[in-house]
Design a protein around this ligand. Sequence first.
Ligand code: ADP
Length: 165
Amino acid sequence: MTVTGFFPGSFDPVHRGHLDIVARALGLVDTLVIGVGVHDGKKPLFPAEERIKLLEDGVAVLAEKAGKKFAIVPFDNLAVDAARENGAQIIIRGLRDSADYNYEARMDGMNAEMAPGLETVFFNASPQTRHIAASLIRQIAEMGGDVTHFVPENVAEALQKKFGT
Ligand code: ADP
């Protein structure tokens, strides 16, 4: 049996912490589908099409290195439904700290009732990238700070273009 994993998130924008989880998840699955959330009422910095484009470069390199398949898709429904629609048997999530754990444990419990059999696999964030958060990257970039430590080159360029810094 081949295994497909679904990694949902906002990815606004993708950063090195996300790519660390992608690299490790590719070691576990045959195909990794990354779901970029499009939710009414949540105004992102980058529209979904751009978030997908920014993900593509970094993920393609990692997937080729791992010899695995990948897809990046937008979704506007429940992660469990989007996972099923994309043929996934597992959902992938990253855990940075106890705040992530508390939220994810509740979400996992509710998902288990809504979609029995669809398991969530959690990756503990790596020490080198654990501190990275998209919300802080957006703030730093807006204030003209250097975000090159935290994001791939294409994202740093996109942020520079957006804020003219
Ligand atoms: P969401 O809005 O779903 O939290 P994010 O784009 O912020 O979307 O995160 C997507 C996934 O990536 C989540 O599982 C999150 O815990 C994980 N993640 C975010 N930042 C990091 C990081 N620095 N290291 C590891 N995982 C991370």
